[in-house]
Design a protein around this ligand. Sequence first.
Ligand code: FPP
Length: 242
Amino acid sequence: MATSGEHLIDKNNLPQHIAFIMDGNGRWAKKRGKPRTFGHAEGAKVFERIVEKAGDIGIPHLTFYAFSTENWKRPKQEVDTIMQLLRDYLKTGFRKIEHKDVRINVIGDLTGLAPDLQEEVHKLMERTKDRKKMIVNLALNYGGRDEIVRAVKKMVEEAEGGISPEDITDAALSAHMDTYLSPDPDLIVRPSGEYRLSNFLIWQCAYAEFWFSDILWPDFSEKDLVDCILAYQGRNRRYGGV
Ligand code: FPP
């Protein structure tokens, strides 16, 4: 079903990669007198709705920040509930998008996850690896600085004969990032009234456009997705030129 404003989208100028910081779940739940974890459960449903809509519009790459390397500092009960939510989704699949030809690439330091969760992550990535329409990067135990450090380590480990300065290039580093399947994001979407990147895709964001809003993630709708694509299409991207 078409969303209001969708007909205004220029299909020849679509962002090829949109990345979302799914923020504001806790506040959304608190406003309703519910535990924070209720907001995360609702946020997961919005994740699926936005993947589905972005696919219908024709956006080929998406990234979602679900759990950062810093989020372990939260109360144990909240961390456990988020991990259980992820476990449930990974096991049963993402029902709404299961038949949408979506490849799921989990990014972040997977070795920091519980062993059974690591296994589910690998199974999901393997099961969806031949899907072609869209790539969805799901960031779990992800930190941008940590990703850069791991990318450099991977380069050094692979270059068994030693690495020379000329091997260290922009392209080589990008190819060793967790997001190697996707081009750099064109648009970063951060709802919930915060104006920061929070260690998200800091290498890949060099020329990204930003879209901020006070909307809390569980309230983020298909119409908001259309609005941020339209806002993006109104931007003049110069990449340092004139
Ligand atoms: C930030 O909101 C949200 C998180 C740290 C967790 C996000 C996780 C999900 C939406 C679940 C993902 C699950 C799947 C299956 C994709 P916050 O808790 O910082 O909210 P606040 O700023 O209002 O406190």
